[in-house]
Design a protein around this ligand. Structure first.
Ligand code: HEC
Ligand code: HEC
Length: 228
């Protein structure tokens, strides 16, 4: 494995490793950071705080804090990208029985490049904030947990089609029914869909107040055209 530190090596030692490293950088310049952001929210956000993504997981380190320190120490964006890529394929060893264990290869190939490029472009950048989303706090919870990657909801601007269209299905449901679908998705399976597709651990990864904000947001906004 090429350690990012290799970059700091003197000119004379530029060899095959360095060439591989530079071509890696070229590849990553084509990375799609929007896609990387969506993947980060879906695969990494439950464990990591990252302000631009709006994610608040705390099983793993706060990535803004981690990389603010690196930036202060003079680490550049390409190097941070390398550190993230390395951590994705070879996470620092923790015990698989530990609930915070980071599994290797949560994303691979181009997806891993996209995630690494996205994280490197935002983590620890002073003053960075998530783009404002419509719908107040509950709208932010919807955006930060990747619900839109599977569900269509006009106010959130999402067009996911893995799960039911929430604009069509939620009007007429009570808040209790909506909440149950979120915290216990396998209890009642919506007709035409499969069980075990929607993550079933939101009651542990999203705190109670945020679940309440999310339910209020869906109850009030599903089936309505967003107001400008
Ligand atoms: C199940 C929880 C979990 C998930 C999911 C997870 N991580 Fe981690 N991550 C951790 C933990 C725990 C550590 C700290 C490991 C250690 O250093 O002992 C960590 C460390 C890191 C670090 C190093 C931070 C530092 O302080 O240097 C980076 C970068 C990182 N993760 C990125 C990611 C990315 C990108 C994803 C998604 C592809 C991801 N993580 C998914 C738990 C997770
Ligand atoms: C990986 C895809 C996926 C993600 C991510 C996901 N869902 Fe789902 N969701 C589904 C599927 C599939 C169903 C239908 C099967 C079922 O009932 O469990 C569903 C069902 C639902 C329902 C019931 C809809 C109805 O017709 O009554 C609600 C409400 C819902 N999801 C909200 C959410 C919210 C809020 C989030 C984010 C916190 C979320 N989902 C994240 C796939 C997903």
């Amino acid at each position: 494995m090429i350690r990012p530190r290799a970059k700091a090596a003197g000119l004379l030692s530029l060899g095959v490793a360095a060439v591989a490293l530079f071509s890696g950088c070229d590849l990553n310049e084509n990375a799609d950071t929007d896609k990387g952001r969506d993947l980060f929210i879906a695969k990494c956000g439950e464990c990591h705080y990252l302000s631009e993504a709006g994610t608040t997981g705390n099983l793993g380190p706060d990535l803004d804090a981690a990389f603010a320190a690196s930036r202060n120490a003079g680490m550049d964006q390409d190097t941070i990208e390398g550190v993230v890529t390395d951590q994705i394929s070879h996470p620092r060893q923790t015990d698989p029985a530990d609930p915070s264990y980071m599994p290797p290869d949560l994303v691979t190939g181009q997806d891993a490049d996209d995630v690494a490029a996205y994280v490197a472009s935002v983590a620890g950048v002073p003053g960075i904030e998530p783009p404002t989303v419509p719908g107040g706090p509950g709208g932010q919870v919807f955006a930060s947990n990747g619900c839109g990657s599977c569900h269509t909801l006009a106010i959130a601007g999402s067009a996911g089609a893995v799960g039911p269209n929430l604009d069509e299905e939620l009007p007429g449901q009570s808040k209790a029914e909506i909440e149950e679908s979120i915290v216990d998705p396998n209890k009642v399976i919506v007709q035409g869909f499969q069980p075990n597709v929607m993550p079933s651990n939101y009651s542990t990864t999203i705190d109670q107040q945020e679940i309440k904000d999310l339910v209020d947001f869906l109850y009030e906004n599903s089936g309505k055209t967003p107001k400008q």
